[in-house]
Design a protein around this ligand. Structure first.
Ligand code: G3P
Length: 218
């Protein structure tokens, strides 16, 4: 399973990339706003800065919700860097835009996926990735991981090449559940990725090894 980091914070992206296991980055308008990136030119420069840190795909989301606007914005985003993936919301105009981008060889990430039917439409339009939002479904007492599993099974059954990118991952347990569900990618906050490292037996085992070494070697 690939790891993407779900942030527009350059320091966190660098920290995750330095671990050597980062496969890409996802952003969205809320995450860009959180970093205080204002204005189209600054936002585009920020996407290029992110591409210069990581060697994998970087999702950049369109703001337009009409077909023409999405095409114009998506083409401008895709032209910024070869690893930019245009992120498009799962609405009717978005599905049409994904179909257009697919025909032009522009890769896409269909976002705000909350049902298997939405994932099917995005895949039929040729989306590179679909992003089911795990945490937001869990928030309303639905089962986000079950949706990931069902989309994975559907894509395998019908031989879609679209990758399942589990999003709205909130914690380390979600990452483990994504592995069980067969997600192609999990996009996670840095804290959830670092949580994978934690185990008390690793800490106590290392302390014991170092203490024993010191006893003999001083
Ligand atoms: O990748 C989508 C993600 O940023 C949404 O996460 O925690 O706002 O539901 P969250």
């Amino acid at each position: 399973m690939k790891f993407f980091i779900d942030t527009a914070n350059l320091e966190q992206i660098k920290e995750a990339n330095d671990l050597g296991v980062l496969d890409g980055v996802t952003t969205n308008p809320s995450l860009m706003a959180k970093e205080g990136i204002k204005g189209v030119e600054n936002q585009r420069k920020h996407y290029v800065d992110i591409c210069n840190i990581v060697s994998g795909d970087v999702s950049a989301e369109v703001i337009a919700t009409d077909y023409e606007g999405m095409i114009k914005e998506g083409e401008a985003l895709a032209a910024l860097h070869p690893r930019i993936v245009v992120k498009v919301p799962c609405i009717a105009e978005g599905i049409k835009a994904i179909k257009y981008f697919t025909g032009k060889g522009i890769r896409t990430n269909c976002t705000l996926i909350f049902s298997q039917g939405q994932a099917l439409l995005a895949a039929k339009a040729g989306a590179t990735y679909v992003s089911p939002f795990v945490g937001r479904l869990d928030d309303i007492c639905s089962d986000g991981i079950d949706l990931v599993r069902r989309i994975v099974e559907m894509f395998a059954f019908y031989d879609f090449k679209t990758q399942v990118l589990a999003a709205s991952i909130r914690n380390t347990q979600h990452i483990m559940q994504c592995i069980d569900a067969g997600a192609d990618v999990a996009t996670c906050p840095l804290s959830a990725i670092k949580g994978l490292l934690k185990h008390p037996l690793t800490d106590s085992g290392l302390a014991q090894f170092l203490a024993d070494y010191k006893k003999v070697n001083g």
